[in-house]
Ligand binder design. Structure first.
Ligand SMILES: Nc1ncnc2c1ncn2[C@@H]1O[C@H](COP(=O)(O)OP(=O)(O)O)[C@@H](O)[C@H]1O
Ligand SMILES: [Mg+2]
Length: 242
């Protein structure tokens, strides 16, 4: 497969199992992911977000080992906390501050940066992404696509080595979606994109398909996506009308 980062720059999971609310949600996942652009697909409830949260360290698995670029993402050190960034499926679950500048500088301030230094760093990043004049805007007044960009910059300002994006394209109109796709395409970091819509994933280095908390298929987009599309379409045909 193309686009390998170094072995040290890999996401590694060994024997990872997770139970939530008494149910097994992930079962014995073994993955070694050195590729730069990786997609995680599967139907609703297959465990994609749970696996993404494990990679971010938001969930510590009952069993198994997780390493992201050589660090345990669930460890309580600044280095470990910032090794991976996680874009929530719903921006509202991520946004904590009223204004754009406060939101983007929040993580740095939490990590002990002075207000002035955090805001300068955030403004530099905002300028590089063409939104240098959004600082005073209320996050609540932004469109969904704009909010997603703010959430992404709030993650990028922490200089993570891996990004986990949970359904980043859902709910966006087509132009906004294309912009976000090309934005993500240009990022230098390793990116794991969770999606159940394969359109944007044909350019990826690797596609991993989850079913009921287990790995079901794993390979290049050409190897995995046609079967995934066929399974999703034939399931729809087998359903009764609403
Ligand atoms: N906090 C939770 N408590 C109990 N069950 C959960 C919790 N979070 C997720 N689940 C269940 O785990 C399964 C996988 O969820 P999730 O990882 O969100 O799947 P996906 O992102 O693929 O839709 C689902 O059946 C879901 O209902
Ligand atoms: Mg999900």
């Amino acid at each position: 497969m193309e686009g390998q980062v170094t072995a040290k720059g890999a996401i590694e999971l060994q024997g990872v199992s997770v139970q939530l609310g008494g149910r097994v949600v992930l079962q014995e996942i073994d993955l070694s992911i050195p590729q730069v652009r990786v997609a995680l697909v599967g139907r609703n409830g297959s465990g994609k977000s749970t696996l993404g949260r494990v990679m971010k360290g938001l969930i510590r698995p009952e069993n198994g080992q997780v390493s992201v670029h050589g660090l345990d993402p669930a460890a309580r050190s600044f280095e470990a906390l910032s090794v991976a960034g996680y874009l929530f499926q719903n921006s509202d679950h991520q946004i904590l501050c009223p204004s754009v500048l406060e939101e983007i500088s929040f993580g740095l301030r939490e990590n002990g940066w002075s207000r002035a230094a955090a805001e300068k760093e955030s403004l530099d990043l905002m300028r590089r992404h063409g939104i240098g004049d959004w600082g005073e805007r209320a996050v609540a007044s932004l469109s969904e696509g704009q909010r997603r960009l703010v959430c992404l910059l709030a993650i990028l300002v922490m200089t993570p080595r891996a990004l986990i994006l949970d359904e980043p394209f859902t709910g966006l109109d087509i132009p906004t979606r294309r912009r976000l796709e090309s934005f993500i395409g240009r990022l230098p970091q390793q990116v794991v994109t969770i999606s159940h819509e394969p359109d944007a994933l044909w350019q990826y280095d690797r596609v991993i398909w989850l079913e009921e908390g287990r790995l079901y298929a794993d390979g290049t987009p050409d190897q995995v996506l046609p079967g995934f599309l066929e399974a999703m379409n034939s399931e729809a045909e087998g359903m009764d009308a609403w």
